[in-house]
Design a protein around this ligand. Structure first.
Ligand code: TEU
Length: 585
């Protein structure tokens, strides 16, 4: 293509309301990205100093995890002031500087929007808590004790729901004589979205940020904002204990109404933005509604099916290895479900998920191959890919051996509860070591030094010792490295319309562990073949020689350039290869 044609294409895409179909988003978890002042915690100036890495990678959008004022009970997902930056991370001026510098490189900045709950240290909650007649009382969910129970005693909680972070969702407030609801930690009280004043305060804050120049929002647990009323008990679990209340607070009756209202109040008349809802427990039916552009709710959602594949019957912290093939089947279901309406977010990693190369790949025997195979199948699906910091260099889970090594509230609460129940510490630690969110939160490994170039001080969470082997410095410019593979995948999305816009069709090649699919768009086709297992796998590809004129565009192993030859022998463990062709004429 000529340079003129390239820039015509660029500007045509830039005008489109669905520009994000061609975009790749990079998630920065500021606390662990880059420290600039030696306090051991990453900060905004640190992010600014690493923008060149993001430009090198080629990403279009940065999603910043929360940097607002916060007591950090949940690392910033507990906000005490929505209109200021936490001093740990810097100042509003630092943020403005970051936004300007990113924009100068053609990178948009999306902020985290955490409005299902606030911190208990937010002034809204302080006022709400101040007394039953406070004008802000019904900005949150307050409830008297269960009838017939002594307030504040076990069993007196208004409903039997279990918190995401262990224990009940209700906290007794002695001073005002009622309980408040917190689906997460007790320092994260849920806002009452039934109250229009709450909604309009949120919309006002969102407009304030957009006016300041940010380019959209990642909306934290946005499908929890509408609860089923009146709040009531969930069915008991056979084994007793706190019950799963999620059917009573997820995807509630007013969710779509609230999001449509938000769209009208905040996004209408603005362009070039990206909105992505984080929606645990979302079904394909709900996702179609949420992301149908005609309904004007959000551009895309994060669904959770594939990141639950390794949760065992006793939950996330008792994981089991999914069958080879489970991941491909789950992705295929979502590709098919959103084929004609809506849009997928494509992710394997974020700050809440243990590292995908350790969970779904093989970080011992086939580290590079599995990291790049997982990247290939993710980025070449139909949807918008998300890269989580460190994923682009194949960062792995960390060798956590002691409870003192963990920092995450979810892990610490889980451990405390398991100890109270009398579980064996070694068993609980094993579950945490493989599934704790802290696996995702160890500092980014920039260099092969003990603090990995992250800080000059003591890092808030230990650097993974494998920084000696896995780092940006060791991979940049190295052909075949994980980093260069991500760069190539991102470039493919920018260069080929079929990646951004093509249909998705899975091919049955006789083995569920082989993820084979074709993307097609206006006479252009892409073939992706990936062995998602640690064994060689045979591929029965019907009509393989019809692909022989196709160009091999990317592969993570040495493999023949022609499709028919590539499938003549079994695919090597975690081999992934991509071919492209255009129709004749
Ligand atoms: O996460 C919500 C969520 O459902 C999870 O990914 C959650 O971390 C997991 O289920 C716990 O097992 C969002 C944020 O991404 C997370 O960091 C916050 O802790 C949470 O909301 C509360 O704001």
């Amino acid at each position: 293509m000529s340079m003129d044609a390239v820039s015509d294409r660029e500007s045509a895409w830039a005008q489109r309301p669905d520009w994000w179909k061609r975009a790749v988003v990079y998630q920065v978890y500021p606390r662990s990205f880059q420290d600039s002042d030696g306090d051991g915690v990453g900060d905004l100036r640190g992010v600014l100093s690493r923008l060149d890495h993001l430009a090198y990678l080629g990403v279009d959008v940065v999603w910043l995890s929360p940097i607002y004022r916060s007591p950090h009970a949940d690392n910033g997902y507990d906000i005490s002031d929505y209109r200021d930056i936490d001093p740990l991370f810097g100042t509003l001026d630092d943020l403005d500087a970051l936004v300007d510098a990113a924009h100068a490189r053609g990178i948009r900045i999306v902020m985290d929007l955490v409005v299902n709950h606030t911190s208990d240290e937010h002034t809204w909650f302080a006022e709400s808590r101040s007394g039953r007649d406070s004008p802000r009382r019904d900005w949150y969910w307050w409830s008297p004790a269960r009838p017939g129970h002594e307030p504040g005693t076990p069993g007196a909680e208004p409903t039997n729901w279990e918190s995401f972070f262990s224990g009940p969702v209700w906290q007794w407030d002695e001073a005002s004589g009622e309980y408040y609801l917190h689906l997460f930690d007790r320092k994260q009280p849920d806002l009452n979205w039934e109250n229009p004043e709450v909604r309009h305060a949120v919309y006002d804050m969102m407009r304030w940020w957009l006016d300041r120049g940010i380019d959209g929002f990642r909306m934290d647990v946005i499908n929890l904002i509408s609860k089923r009323l009146p709040l009531s008990d969930a069915p008991e679990r056979p084994e007793g204990g706190w019950a799963d209340g999620s059917p009573l607070y997820m995807n509630g009756p007013r969710l779509h109404e609230f999001l449509q209202e938000m769209h009208r109040e905040v996004f209408a008349g603005r362009s070039g933005l990206l909105t992505v809802g984080e929606t645990p427990g979302v079904t394909v039916e709900e996702a179609r509604l949420l992301t149908d552009p005609a309904r004007a709710e959000v551009d895309m959602v994060f669904q959770f099916d594939h990141v639950g594949l390794d949760h065992g019957p006793e939950g996330k912290f008792a994981p089991q290895r999914p069958e080879p093939g489970a991941l491909a089947a789950s992705f295929t279901q979502w590709q098919d479900a959103l084929a004609d309406v809506g849009w997928n977010s494509l992710y394997l990693a974020n700050h809440d998920q243990a590292r995908p190369v350790s969970r779904f790949g093989d970080d011992e025997r086939h580290w590079r191959e599995s990291a790049t195979a997982l990247a290939t199948i993710l980025h070449l699906q139909r949807g918008t890919p998300y890269v989580y910091q460190g994923e682009e260099i194949g960062m792995t889970n960390a060798p956590f051996a002691d409870i003192d090594a963990f920092r995450d509230v979810e892990s610490l609460n889980h451990y405390a509860e398991a100890m109270a129940r009398g579980s064996a510490p070694a068993d609980v630690l094993l579950g945490l070591a493989s599934m704790s969110r802290d696996n995702a939160r160890t500092p980014v490994q920039w260099e092969s030094t003990p603090t990995a170039g992250f800080t000059t001080g003591e890092p808030w969470l230990a650097v993974n010792p494998n920084a000696a082997r896995i780092s940006v410095a060791a991979q940049r410019g190295v052909p075949g490295s994980v980093l260069e593979h991500y760069r190539a995948l991102i470039a493919l999305r920018h260069d080929l319309d079929v990646v951004a816009e093509g249909t998705f069709t899975r091919l049955d090649v006789g083995d569920p562990a082989v993820f084979a699919f074709v993307r097609a768009f206006e006479g252009e086709e892409l073939l992706v073949l990936a062995n998602l297992s640690s064994d060689p796998r045979s591929v029965a590809l019907a009509g393989a020689d019809e692909w022989d004129a196709a160009v091999a565009v990317l592969s993570n192993v040495d493999s023949p350039a022609r499709v028919s030859e590539a499938v003549a022998a079994p695919l090597a463990p975690w081999a992934a290869a991509v071919w492209h062709r255009r129709a004749e004429g």
